[in-house]
Design a protein around this ligand. Structure first.
Ligand code: SF4
Ligand code: SF4
Length: 198
């Protein structure tokens, strides 16, 4: 089994939002409600005239010690055999405990209006037929078919790299081992498997 992780290179991200759009299309996420599994923050730093803009793609970190998993009262939040954190839509109570526990703000409510809109758009191909708490899945169904997550495959700047952290020959493992890619806010103690180069 793999231990999937992602590296996001903030030096090359151009803030084009292609990853957000690709994810919304692939995963039928409710863009109409401004809810996203991956969102690109646009941060301005410094004081005029010495200012700069930084684009920071955010995503579920698929933590090794996920606060969202241990707090879920219905075991709807699960870890799959490749270490990715998933949600069982059918057993999710929508109680929002995971949302409160996640220190990265990675989750949102797929509410009844979103379900209705999704059914209207996608009909019998709808992936979201019930109210639940939603978040990134590392596109596990694409990865099962030998594809990269949609955000990785779409990024024109190749700012996202996906792979097996346990494979010493993978690019993600090499970047992490060399200390080039680092987690955001390691002090939150959830051991993210998404790393950033900045
Ligand atoms: S980022 Fe949040 S939702 Fe994702 S695994 Fe970590 S604690 Fe859970
Ligand atoms: S697609 Fe790539 S370059 Fe564009 S915003 Fe997303 S991570 Fe950045």
């Amino acid at each position: 089994m793999a231990r999937y992780g992602m590296v996001i290179d903030l030096r090359t991200c151009v803030g084009c939002q292609a990853c957000s759009a690709a994810c919304a299309t692939e995963n039928q996420t409710p863009y109409w409600s401004d809810k996203w599994r991956t969102r690109v923050l646009d941060i301005e730093k410094g004081e005029y005239p010495n200012t700069g803009r930084h684009f920071v793609p955010t995503i579920c970190m698929h933590c090794e010690e996920p606060a969202c998993l241990t707090i879920c009262p219905s075991q709807a939040t699960i870890r799959d055999e490749n270490g990715s954190i998933l949600v069982n839509y059918d057993t999710c109570l929508g109680c929002k405990a995971c949302m409160a526990a996640c220190p990265y703000g990675a989750r949102y409510v797929y509410d009844k209006n979103d379900v209705a809109k999704n059914l209207e758009i996608h009909g019998e191909l709808s992936q979201h037929n019930v109210v639940h708490i939603d978040k990134c899945t590392f596109c596990f169904d694409r990865v099962e078919r030998g594809l990269e997550p949609a955000c990785v495959a779409t990024c024109p700047a190749k700012a996202r790299i996906f792979g097996d952290l346990d494979d010493p020959n993978s690019e993600v493992a090499k970047l992490v081992a060399a200390g080039i890619a680092k987690p955001l806010r390691p002090d939150l103690n959830t051991k993210p498997k998404v790393f950033y180069i900045y």
